[in-house]
Design a protein around this ligand. Sequence first.
Ligand code: NDP
Length: 238
Amino acid sequence: MTPDLTGRTAFVSGGFRGIGRAITAALADAGARTVSCGLTVPEHPVRSGDRHLAVRADVTSEAEITELAGVIRERFGGLDVVVCNAGITEFSPIEQLTPQRWRAVLDTDLSGVFRVVRALLPLLRNSASVVLIGSRSATSGMPAVPHYLAAKAALTGFARSLCREVGDRGVRVNVVAPGAVETDITAIMPDAIRERLVREIPLGRLAVPADVAGLVLFLAGPGAGFINGEVITVDGGI
Ligand code: NDP
């Protein structure tokens, strides 16, 4: 059942491509006003018009995220849904992983979430829903992504601390942990890993972005009103 988000405002980081684009579309289809950010504003954002905003904002920049919060306050007054989806990854065995690449991934995938949540928290209306996009592999493990999975695993602790701080305002914080999803990130996955993965997934395919968006949409709505501090996997049963 699609929740009715008419009158609600939702923010999605990394909302221009892949999973974030599907999430933005699902929230808009459910009636929400949407704000999405990313590094390069696409020529054709998911939605246009008065109720939708696509802005450049880099989650690694304190200044850009602070400015973004100001823009959202001015345009929409507050937020009912925040989805921290922006993320980068790269495959690198630990011997080849440089401290610079370690820091870059952590700065986007973990500190980026901190920056966005800290800046947007004052805008959250009562009963708002915060969703962090983690990774199923943060629990199961995967070779050659120690930086990425260190960041994704840390989101669980972040969510479980935050939900205890903001629960008295009715704000819920959950992590959605996808398995492999067909996006630009998995397009760089070596063929051998992809084929092995598909064989292991009982549903016989990788996820598509809409599979993840469906769960985020549910968590955004009143049907998930007592689900809090959870890590929910979307992985086809692997
Ligand atoms: P994509 O690479 O397709 O899209 C990533 C999005 O994040 C883009 O819109 C990009 O912006 C944005 N982004 C990247 N860096 C920044 C930054 N510094 N500031 C703002 N926005 C940024 O990724 P996916 O859709 O595959 O992944 C989305 C999330 O899901 C990530 O957190 C990823 O770790 C997670 N995930 C993905 C899985 C998969 O198999 N695909 C599996 C499990 C988790 P722009 O468009 O401007 O480049």
